[in-house]
Design a protein around this ligand. Sequence first.
Ligand SMILES: Nc1nc2c(ncn2[C@@H]2O[C@H](COP(=O)(O)OP(=O)(O)OP(=O)(O)O)[C@@H](O)[C@H]2O)c(=O)[nH]1
Ligand SMILES: [Mg+2]
Length: 327
Amino acid sequence: MTELSKTASSGTEFSRTELGKTELGKTESRQDQEFRSGFVAVIGRPNAGKSTLLNALLGQKVVIMSDKPQTTRNTIRCIVTEPRGQIIFLDTPGIHKPKDRLGEWMLEAALSAVRAVDAVVWVADAAAEWGGGDASIAEVLRASGLKTLLALNKVDLMEKSALLPRIEAWSRRFDFAEIVPVSALREENTDRLLDTLWAYLPAGPLYYPEDEVTDRPERFIAAEIVREKVLTLTREEIPYAVGVAVEAMEEKTSLIKIEASVYVERASQKGIVIGKDGSLIKEVGRQARLELEELLNSKVLLKLWVKVRKDWRNRGDTLRELGYEGN
Ligand SMILES: Nc1nc2c(ncn2[C@@H]2O[C@H](COP(=O)(O)OP(=O)(O)OP(=O)(O)O)[C@@H](O)[C@H]2O)c(=O)[nH]1
Ligand SMILES: [Mg+2]
């Protein structure tokens, strides 16, 4: 089966990776520009737009996004390769007060991301007031001593005149190396953020092959896409209670067959996720299949089973099975 990176970069959509591939060779022979590379943690409160920003910087969708907080649950490497260098971004779960074992694991994953990076991009909703989550982030970053850039996001939702006071308010809270207002959704000023970031990276090697966009396997991405569709189509407690495991992914002659379990915590939630006459899970499957077909560049047969796993967010076995503990 083709790797995500290769399939993704062979699509018709804009691909930064292909650009990198053709131009990288040229740069290697140039002596005037040093190849820079490094690791950058992208952190912030839930829903700030971290994953949306990363997809914008990558020029393609790699990580899932939704309007529900705590969409991202793992630290996921997102790799941008250009003639000038390579940045390995770490998308992280939003910093929040944990309510269960999954939440504790997510918080630890986010905080530990800053332990081995060269710089940090802190993503904040420009309209949001400073909160407890921000104070915790500031404390961790101050202790780390890392250069931190603030991506003040969602500026498309605000009057131009309101922006300057927000920038000033944020600069009083933390000693940022730079503050860059952006709209991740509209991809406004995101290139400027990237341009600014290179200055904070050391000269370094190509850590990943230039056509790779993530360290995660297709199985992981497939499970994430299914979860994203459930998140988008449900509300209240359901998005938090859903976990997806891809049980099988098999390449047949003319299609790829994917089987996945959609875990919830209670029978009532199972009923909601299945929907009237199976309508909701059918729609989840339809949307996920379309996206997977584009990503894998193949016809996809997607089979979903909704299962109850009582209180799984506090159960070590299921947490491990879903990839939330032990890695
Ligand atoms: N209007 C507007 N909405 C945005 C922008 N960036 C992100 N969003 C929306 O904000 C919501 C959250 O986006 P995500 O990228 O999932 O946020 P996140 O910070 O990764 O969230 P977690 O993974 O839960 O921590 C989604 O509905 C996005 O469409 C932006 O620049 N403008
Ligand atoms: Mg996210």
